[in-house]
Write a protein that binds this ligand. Structure first.
Ligand code: PEP
Length: 253
């Protein structure tokens, strides 16, 4: 059975407890969008608090350690975020790949740890502008995913992929609808090779990169786009839930 569109807010390093009112507003509004799965990934410090407020939305983390426990000062394990109420974790975001040198091998190790802790994972991928302009975007993303994706049964339930061209994140620029469709079709083909058709067709491929209320309808209406990973526009209930509304309308037609 095809899964509901998945609209995930990545709050990045934004939010103190003052943001809980926004989380409550998102949760209340999500109750009017039952055909869409709405989730937010606040900073670690708010995961438990948002989880306690949330009746409808899923709560996730933005990263986790590949290690189970031990002498890793400053790190947070997958078990810890699950204990705090997270149901999923975003892994391999370009801000971690680029800013902290995270390799696809490390992303895979984190994904294994997350799945072991009972979390679902959103595996991010995406190319730089230089790679796109050199015509190698698809090959680059395919290589990232081949290494980053965990081998798991029930992949359709446990894994989502987020295609996020790096040059579109937080810049106001989005990929063209044709480029999104081409990349998502390539990713779907790859998922079928890795997981087999039955599971692969259940995996939602999200688009991320300056998704906002004004472009959500076009993006979410594109073939093989199963939702959106939203940064800036997820910080207020108003803009985030306008994107959820576009997702609802894309289902209802
Ligand atoms: C993101 O952080 O994953 C993202 C896509 O950010 P923005 O929507 O702000 O471009």
């Amino acid at each position: 059975m095809a899964q509901r569109p998945y609209i995930v807010g990545n709050w990045k390093m934004n939010g103190t407890r003052a943001m809980l009112s926004e989380a409550r507003a998102i949760d209340r509004a999500a109750q009017r969008h039952m055909k869409v799965e709405v989730a937010v990934a606040p900073p670690f410090t708010l995961v438990h608090a948002v989880h306690r407020e949330a009746e409808q939305i899923g709560v996730g983390a933005q990263d986790c350690s590949p290690n189970a426990d031990g002498a890793f000062t400053g790190d947070i394990s997958a078990t810890m975020v699950a204990d705090a109420g997270a149901k999923f974790v975003i892994l391999g975001h370009s801000e971690r790949r680029e800013g902290y040198g995270e390799t696809s091998e490390l992303v895979r190790a984190k994904a294994d740890a997350a799945l072991e802790a009972g979390l679902r994972v959103i595996i991010c991928c995406g190319e730089t502008l230089e790679t796109r302009e050199s015509g190698k975007a698809e090959a680059f993303v395919a290589k990232q995913l081949k290494v980053s994706l965990p081998k798991v049964e029930d992949a359709g339930e446990k894994i989502s992929v987020a295609y996020e061209p790096i040059w579109a994140i937080g810049t106001g620029q989005t990929a063209t609808i044709d480029d999104i469709a081409t990349m998502h079709a390539m990713i779907r083909k790859l998922l079928i090779e890795i997981y087999g058709e039955e599971q692969a067709l259940e995996i939602r491929i999200l688009y991320g990169g300056s998704v906002k209320p004004e472009n959500a309808t076009d993006i979410l209406g594109t073939a093989e786009v199963g939702g959106a990973l939203v940064g800036g526009a997820s910080l207020t209930a108003d803009s985030f839930m306008s994107i959820a509304l576009a997702a609802t309308e894309s289902v209802e037609g």
